[in-house]
Design a protein around this ligand. Structure first.
Ligand code: ZN
Length: 206
C-alpha cells in the first residue's frame, strides 16, 4: 500500500518517500473547505509532491504535526515557504530548526469544524499530540501507538516512559475503531483493542 483512501482521508504511506529518507505516513483530510494535512513526512519538497499527485495547493488549509521529529515535520518546510500554516505543540519546538510554526492550541478551531479534537499525549516526545474524532471513532496517533500494538519509543531525547503509559491509558478510555499511526499500516477496525494491547505491553516493558 502506497497511496490509499479511507472515508474522507487520502493516505500517503511512508514507503512513498523511501528514496528521500526516513519518513512518516501522511494523512490528508478532504473537508468542505479544503485539505488539512496531518504529518508532513520527511520529504523537504512535500508540497511539490502533493501538487504532482493532483492536490491543488490553494486548497490546502493547513497542516498539523503529531510531533517534531524530522521524519514527520520536514515536509512542513515546503508548506511554510508557501505560506501554508503549520501547527505543532510548542513543547516540541526544540526538535525543529525551521519557523514559523504555530502552537497547536491556536489550530483547535480549525479542527473543531471537522469534528477532530487535540489530545496531548506526551511520552514519545514532550509535545506528542493525537487527533481524535469521537463521531468517526478515529485516532491519528503519530508515534504514540502503532497498529501492530507497539507503542512509541521513549529512549530518544525528551522521551518519557511514565508519560507515555499515562497517555496510552487516556487513549484506552476512548472508543476507537480507525487507527491512523505515524508509521506502518493503518487499521479501520479494532483500534481500541490495539491500544489496550499497547498499554499492556508498555506496562510490562517500560
Ligand atoms: Zn517520532
Amino acid at each position: 500500500m502506497i497511496l490509499s483512501e479511507f472515508r474522507n482521508f487520502f493516505i500517503i504511506h511512508e514507503e512513498t518517500f523511501e528514496e528521500v529518507g526516513l519518513s512518516s505516513n501522511v494523512y490528508i483530510l478532504k473537508s468542505n473547505n479544503g485539505y488539512i494535512i496531518f504529518d508532513t513526512s520527511g520529504h523537504k519538497e512535500l508540497l511539490k509532491f502533493l501538487i504532482d499527485i493532483g492536490i491543488n495547493k490553494d486548497k490546502i488549509i493547513c497542516a498539523f504535526l503529531t510531533h517534531g521529529h524530522f521524519d514527520h515535520s520536514n515536509g512542513a518546510i515546503s508548506l511554510i515557504k508557501n505560506n501554508i500554516k503549520c501547527y505543532m505543540s510548542y513543547e516540541d519546538l526544540y526538535l525543529i530548526d525551521f519557523s514559523p510554526v504555530l502552537d497547536i492550541n491556536d489550530g483547535e478551531k480549525i479542527l473543531e469544524k471537522v469534528n477532530l479534537e487535540v489530545l496531548k499525549t506526551p511520552g514519545h516526545t514532550p509535545g506528542s499530540t493525537c487527533f481524535y474524532s469521537e463521531s468517526e471513532a478515529l485516532l491519528i496517533s503519530g508515534d504514540t501507538v502503532f497498529s501492530d500494538g507497539c507503542f512509541g519509543r521513549t529512549d530518544l531525547p525528551g522521551g518519557n516512559s511514565v508519560a507515555i503509559k499515562n497517555s496510552l491509558r487516556i487513549l484506552s478510555s476512548l472508543n476507537i475503531e480507525v487507527l491512523f499511526p505515524g508509521h506502518g499500516n493503518y487499521v479501520t477496525k479494532g483500534g481500541s483493542k490495539i491500544i489496550n494491547y499497547a498499554l499492556n505491553n508498555a506496562e510490562h516493558l517500560i
